[in-house]
Write a protein that binds this ligand. Structure first.
Ligand SMILES: *Cc1c(COP(=O)(O)O)cnc(C)c1O
Length: 323
């Protein structure tokens, strides 16, 4: 089933047309890119013959929510190495939902993740289980190609939707965190000899490190598929780190205004950490680079619980953002 893709209101002066693909409306666990990515991990887990899932992250993470939800639905034990201490953190919608799911939470120091992974995998094996750690070995290596598959397939979906609409996108913008989504779109573009520019608006990493990680992920994915790696791979990676506003989760009134405007004008629910920051970054990029006469696609990567966190914190009378 395709997620909706349609044109939205956007100042048209320069012959720009803006479309949005609503992966936030994927019909599982409140949607988002982690639904496609979560099912890709689940399929790989099955393929590897494993019988329980080990995840790593924060209670507020969209990925942990979706993976916890998949495991709960499938009746598969799920263990989360958790770097956040519950009582030191404000609850969020994701952390509340994590409380509902049957995921076993194991505290883990950020500087001792490898030891934590090793200890947990050891314990599960002694219990007779065959655990699947989503990031591969204890150093977090070995499965970089798995989430890439999810968005290489989504890219095919975009190509089909382009045909149906009778248009062709020149640019695809996506928020970029770990880079998995961007890597998948890029892999799909390379595999089909596409000429689209896939631009990640970084929400967490600086360009150089982020681009290297994307290059490795795409490389591993193509290698797994026994497909040739283009020599000029780095030349296809566009990761913009100029819109970070100080780093992951940081935002200011420009983001708040963008979120409010997009809800009013296009009824899009954006959040300040991922989609709101990336939408704002895309607007800046199009302006700063004087992009004209182009069809632009924005991938809405979800984060619905974060939209509601934002609405509760900033949306009341205290919201000073004006249009
Ligand atoms: C995880 C996430 C992203 C970033 O995706 P990556 O594949 O990690 O780059 C963007 N938007 C939302 C809502 C997310 O949860």
């Amino acid at each position: 089933m395709n997620t909706p893709l349609y044109e939205i209101n956007f100042p048209r002066e320069n012959g720009l047309r803006l479309f949005v693909k609503r992966d936030d409306l994927l019909p599982f666990s409140l949607g988002g890119n982690k639904v496609r990515i979560g099912w890709a991990f689940y399929r790989d887990m099955r393929l590897q013959g494993c019988d329980c899932m080990v995840i790593y992250g924060d209670r507020r993470s969209n990925l942990c929510r979706v993976l916890g939800n998949i495991c709960a639905q499938k009746g598969i034990p799920c263990y989360m190495l958790c770097t956040s201490v519950e009582r030191e953190q404000k609850p969020s919608n994701n952390s509340r939902l994590m409380g509902w799911l049957k995921t076993e939470v194991i505290p883990c120091q950020k500087d001792a993740v490898a030891d934590g992974v090793e200890a947990l995998l050891g314990r599960l094996k002694r219990e007779g289980k065959n655990p699947y750690y989503i990031y591969g070995n204890k150093w977090g290596e070995g499965r970089e190609g798995v989430p890439v598959e999810a968005y290489a397939q989504a890219y095919q979906e975009i190509l089909r939707q382009e045909k149906e609409l009778g248009i062709s996108f020149d640019y695809i913008f996506t928020p970029s965190g770990t880079g998995a989504t961007q890597s998948g779109l890029l892999a799909g573009n390379l595999l089909t000899g596409g000429k689209k520019k896939i631009i990640g608006i970084s929400v967490s990493r600086e360009r150089e490190r982020g681009s290297r990680i994307i290059g490795r992920a795409v490389g591993q994915y193509l290698e797994n598929k026994k497909l040739p790696l283009p020599d000029d791979l780095q030349a296809h990676i566009f990761l913009e780190d100029g819109y970070l506003l100080g780093g992951y989760g940081k935002y200011d009134r420009r983001i708040k205004e963008c979120i409010r405007r997009q809800f009013v004008e296009n009824s899009l629910p954006l959040d300040p950490t991922y989609t709101g920051k990336a939408f704002w970054g895309m607007e800046q990029y199009l302006m700063e680079n004087s992009i004209k006469d182009a069809n632009v696609l924005f991938l809405h990567t979800g984060g619905a619980p974060l939209f509601y966190d934002f609405l509760m914190e900033e949306g009341g009378a205290s919201c000073s953002c004006r249009l």
